[in-house]
Design a protein around this ligand. Structure first.
Ligand SMILES: Cc1cc2nc3c(=O)[nH]c(=O)nc-3n(C[C@H](O)[C@H](O)[C@H](O)COP(=O)(O)O)c2cc1C
Length: 132
């Protein structure tokens, strides 16, 4: 059965516009990385700046590892690395750091964007949480 979202996205021009509206205006931070081992950032929205203090332009080409620091739980990151090697889906929380060094609790999901069987990109949806 074709879902209502699939119906909305059937027209290529409309689907492009819908995705842009969602990514640009989301209250959640949205980050897209390439699907290389280093997962380099190729897009971050305005909410990413609100969340982390980094301007999207300054993180393009870097890895989301810039958000990590001394108190980041390495077992959570190991779980993420495992997920990227298998089905690419991850959900977790860990201490991350804003540009000014302030620690905060990052809640985030990572999802693969696949064409056929090949993962082309990873999309992360991120927000601040208040319980670790
Ligand atoms: C799409 C995506 C988003 C990520 N977002 C975060 C994040 O918000 N916080 C974080 O600590 N790590 C995040 N990571 C994990 C790091 O980029 C990296 O994969 C992890 O540190 C493991 O690599 P390393 O062992 O070289 O550090 C993200 C990874 C991907 C693929």
């Amino acid at each position: 059965m074709v879902s209502s979202l699939e119906k909305v996205l059937q027209d290529v021009d409309i689907s492009l516009s819908v995705l842009q509206v969602i990514a640009i205006n989301s209250y959640d931070s949205i980050m897209i990385t390439d699907a290389t081992k280093d997962a380099k950032i190729i897009y971050a929205n305005k909410a990413f700046k609100t969340l982390t203090g980094y301007d999207p332009a300054e993180v393009i080409g870097k890895t989301p590892r810039i958000l990590q620091g001394a108190a980041t739980d390495k077992t959570v990151i190991a779980r993420l690395v495992d997920a990227l090697k298998t089905d690419g889906r991850f959900e977790g929380k860990a201490i991350n750091y804003k540009k000014n060094g302030t620690p905060f609790i990052m809640y985030w999901r990572v999802l693969p964007v696949k064409v056929g069987n090949k993962t082309r990109l990873w999309v992360a949806i991120q927000r601040e949480g208040f319980e670790i």
